[in-house]
Design a protein. Structure first.
Length: 132
């Protein structure tokens, strides 16, 4: 039997002040509708970090895409800047974002997309996978 197609939702990212709250709300509502609720908190952290990076350092028109399959939740953040994010040493002034994504995700990476890039990560979709 063929696996069902992943559920996909996209959201344009806006200014960091109110935009991050809207993106977290969008993510929470989509995930609670589609998945085991235990996956939500880790995905929200990853979304917040990747969206913050795109809003602060990426180019124009950032977009969040969530893809939820049976075993994985894929978070992708697209922007128009082709330069990859720079992983800085974590400290009082920041630098925790990509280190946190690296710790939470099963896998993550950066790819060219059009004139810009996409930074993505994959996280477990169920609590069974979190425990395993």
């Amino acid at each position: 039997m063929e696996s069902p197609a992943p559920l996909v939702a996209e959201c344009a990212l806006t200014d960091p002040a109110g935009g991050l709250a809207a993106v977290r709300r969008f993510t929470r509502l989509a995930l609670l509708a589609w998945t085991d609720a235990t996956a939500v908190d880790d995905v929200l952290l990853a979304v917040t970090e990747l969206a913050t990076n795109a809003l602060q350092h990426g180019g124009a028109n950032p977009v969040l895409r969530l893809s939820v399959g049976a075993e994985r939740i894929r978070v992708e953040v697209f922007d128009d800047d082709p330069a990859p994010p720079v992983r800085r040493p974590a400290g009082d002034d920041g630098g925790w974002g990509l280190a946190l994504v690296d710790r939470l995700a099963l896998d993550w990476g950066i790819a060219r997309h059009g004139r810009g890039k996409v930074v993505w990560c994959a996280l477990p979709a169920t609590s069974a996978e979190l425990a395993g």
